[in-house]
Each structure stands twice: as structure tokens, then as C-alpha cells.
Write a protein that binds this ligand. Structure first.
Ligand code: G3P
Length: 212
């Protein structure tokens, strides 16, 4: 139980590393939370500071989630506890990492929306489900050019992919977790929803539209 608690605290601290805030401050002299959508995440870094700033932020935020679950796997916990407890511990660790990202202890509890950290964590647990969600996200982004909409739709597809995935289907806790995550993502994107309704959400183009 002590080791499990330690793992959860480590996951929260990992999630709390405010990569967007630190990179913005150290290399560009700005607090990203005062610019653009005011979100400390990859999309806003891309919007305000460009690709060179956004890429390391995505990589670090992704890794926070990935490492949080992978260290549990590497500890070979399954020798000590059953497979069911192992997946439950991973789920709690994902929550801790994502909550750390949204409410980082190292950045005044004002962080991002949890998408990249979540993708990293799910990749660490069930890569095919993460890949399917990424596919939906990419298609939605290419069609709408709204990252927030793409993230929410991919988030809502997460429980669906979880339900149809034979491996994941064995874990009721993971299914419940996927539904809670979908709701959490809608919650963290509540301001984006308002902007989308008002038609003021800014668009993101992965490839800049060519001028003719
Ligand atoms: O991952 C966050 C993204 O879905 C939206 O970011 O900056 O447009 O609010 P942003």
C-alpha cells in the first residue's frame, strides 16, 4: 500500500511538471497562460509561439502520462499484486498524472486540459486504443481545424473504443475510467465549448493553407 501511494504521488508530481509554462518563461520570456487561449498546452504554444515551442511541450506532456504508468509496469507489480489490482493502480496513476497536469503544484495549480498527458498514459496501457483515438482526433482536426473539438470528439470515442477492445473489455474499472475521462475532457474544454458556440474559437492548421 505504501508503494502504491508512492506511485500515485509520483504520478501527480510528474503530471505537475508545467512544461508549457516553463518553456514559455525560460525560452520566450512569456507566461503562456496570459496569451492566446490562456491554456498551458501544446495547441496554445503552437498558436502563440510556433512549432519549435509546441513540439517539446507535446513530447514532455505525453511522456508525463507514459512514464507514470510505465514505471508501475516496470516495478513488476504483477508479481506482488494481481493483474486486476495492477490495472486499477495504473488507472489511479493516470488520474493523478492528468490532475497534476490540470492543477500543477509547480505552477500555482493553473495548468492545461490534460489531453497530451492522457494520450501518453493510454499509450502506456493499451496502445491500440490510443491509436484509434488519435485517428479520430486527426480526422476531426483535418475536417474542422478546431483542436478542442477534435480532442473532445476523440475523448468521447475513448469509452466506445474501450468497450469494443477485447483486451480492455475484461477490466470494468478501465471502462468506467474511460467514461469518467470523456466527462473530464468535456469539463476542461468548457471555455472552448462556449467559444465554439459563439463562433470565436480559433482554428489550427497543421499544414498552413496554401495561398493561391
Ligand atoms: O489540448 C488542448 C486543446 O484541445 C485545446 O487547446 O489552447 O485551443 O484551448 P486550446
Amino acid at each position: 500500500i505504501y508503494t502504491a501511494t508512492t506511485m500515485i504521488i509520483i504520478a501527480y508530481l510528474l503530471g505537475s511538471i508545467p512544461s508549457a509554462v516553463w518553456i514559455g518563461k525560460k525560452y520566450y520570456g512569456i507566461d503562456i497562460r496570459e496569451h492566446g487561449s490562456k491554456n498551458a498546452g501544446t495547441t496554445n504554444m503552437l498558436r502563440v509561439l510556433g512549432r519549435r515551442a509546441a513540439l517539446p511541450v507535446f513530447a514532455l506532456d505525453f511522456l508525463k502520462g507514459f512514464v507514470a504508468v510505465t514505471i508501475i509496469e516496470l516495478m513488476q507489480y504483477d508479481d506482488l499484486i494481481g493483474q486486476n489490482d495492477l490495472i486499477n493502480l495504473k488507472i489511479v496513476a493516470v488520474f493523478a498524472a492528468v490532475l497534476g497536469h490540470i492543477f500543477p503544484i509547480f505552477a500555482g495549480f493553473r495548468g492545461g486540459k490534460g489531453v497530451a498527458t492522457l494520450v501518453g498514459a493510454v499509450t502506456g496501457i493499451y496502445p491500440p486504443v490510443a491509436l484509434l483515438c488519435f485517428g479520430v482526433w486527426l480526422v476531426m482536426l483535418m475536417v474542422s481545424h478546431y483542436v478542442s473539438l477534435a480532442s473532445m470528439v476523440a475523448g468521447c470515442c475513448f469509452p466506445v473504443f474501450t468497450l469494443i477492445s477485447p483486451k480492455v473489455n475484461g477490466s470494468t474499472a478501465f471502462v468506467v475510467f474511460s467514461f469518467v475521462i470523456a466527462i473530464l475532457l468535456i469539463y476542461t474544454h468548457r471555455k472552448n465549448i462556449e467559444r465554439l458556440k459563439a463562433g470565436t474559437e480559433s482554428k489550427t492548421f497543421i499544414w498552413k493553407p496554401r495561398r493561391v
